[in-house]
Write a protein that binds this ligand. Structure first.
Ligand code: Q46
Ligand code: ZN
Length: 307
């Protein structure tokens, strides 16, 4: 197979695009996919400061690298979740990338800064670990971006992630979640804009991008991922994609272009009912936000604020 762009021998084929690429042209193709996602959905405006949520894995480090290649002002935020060796190791990858690039990495540690880890938060809040973890990460991305004056938070959700989440939300007709599932979640009082610039990039393409760009990333999955039902949805979608390449992209982009608007009012209504948390100021439906309630239960005597 030859490279679609320069006709040299291809090193990777992207079946969805029915194309092969040599190494240089593949890196160029990835930058163009991200540039197009950012432009099409007006994710980042000129001069805005971007905070990239960095886990040390291929998607977040690849995203950070791509944004810097595209000359955005992008700093990283690493959140230590207290998941044993997995957290220690992933922090090392995030730090090594940042120092190699000469980029700024903000490091927030849940146990050190807030007095509890994901296992404890999950136990006291009676939530599955991934639910306690997702809640903590969303809260901290937003509060750290606000405290440090960033305009936008970027996460490394790729096309496979979006397809799996959409699949799950459709299976259960979660209309509120469907209304919020979009590559851009606009800013609102108390919320920074959230964007997903990798929405046009598949999981396999991100692994190839990191390999070809020389990015060293954490390969091991989080040990708590087993209970995550999105893994099952991903496997199901991979079976379908294998038979008809392009299905995931058609599913996600068809939803965004033709269906999302029908559910957006449900999500907007949920946002209208929010008021600042009396403890931390984050938007919430009750007096105290779910993150502060979890912290309060885990560490009754030591409510802290991020620094
Ligand atoms: S880190 Fe957290 Fe993931 Fe681990 S506990 Fe679940 S959500 S699996 S992206
Ligand atoms: Zn709060």
């Amino acid at each position: 197979m030859k490279c679609r762009r320069c006709r040299k021998p291809a090193v990777i084929d992207v079946r969805r695009h029915n194309a092969g690429f040599c190494s240089d042209c593949f890196l160029h193709h990835c930058r163009e996919q991200v540039r197009r996602a950012i432009d099409d959905f007006e994710m980042i405006r000129p001069g805005e400061r971007v905070l990239v949520a960095v886990s040390g894995g291929k998607d977040s480090l690849g995203l950070w690298h791509l944004l810097r290649q595209l000359e955005y002002q992008a700093d990283g935020l690493y959140i230590g979740l207290g998941i044993g060796e997995y957290s220690d190791e992933s922090r090392r990858y995030a730090q090594a990338f940042a120092s190699g690039e000469g980029a700024r990495l903000i490091d927030v540690d849940l146990p050190a800064g807030f007095g509890f880890d994901i296992a404890e938060g999950s136990r006291v809040a009676h939530r599955a670990p991934c639910s306690a973890c997702g809640l903590s990460k969303r809260h901290l991305f937003n509060s750290v971006a606000t405290a440090h004056g960033y305009d936008v938070v970027a996460t490394g959700h790729n096309l496979d992630d979006e397809a799996a989440v959409l699949f799950g939300n459709v299976l259960r007709w979660e209309t509120g979640y469907l209304g919020r599932q979009h590559p851009v979640l606009p800013a609102a009082p108390g919320f920074k804009r959230k964007v997903k610039p990798l929405v046009r990039m598949g999981e396999r393409e991100m692994a190839a991008y990191c390999f070809l760009a020389g990015i060293d990333y954490m390969v091991e999955e989080c040990p708590m991922a087993d209970g995550n039902r999105h893994l099952g949805y991903k496997a199901a979608l991979n079976t379908i994609e294998e038979r008809s390449p392009g299905t995931k992209a058609a599913f996600v982009f068809g939803f965004i272009e033709r269906v999302h608007d029908r559910f957006a009012p449900d999500a907007e209504k949920e946002r209208e009912d929010l008021a600042p948390c009396t403890h931390c100021g984050a938007p919430t439906t009750g007096d105290i936000c779910a993150f502060c309630r979890m912290q309060e239960r885990a560490t009754p005597l030591a409510l802290n604020e991020p620094t």
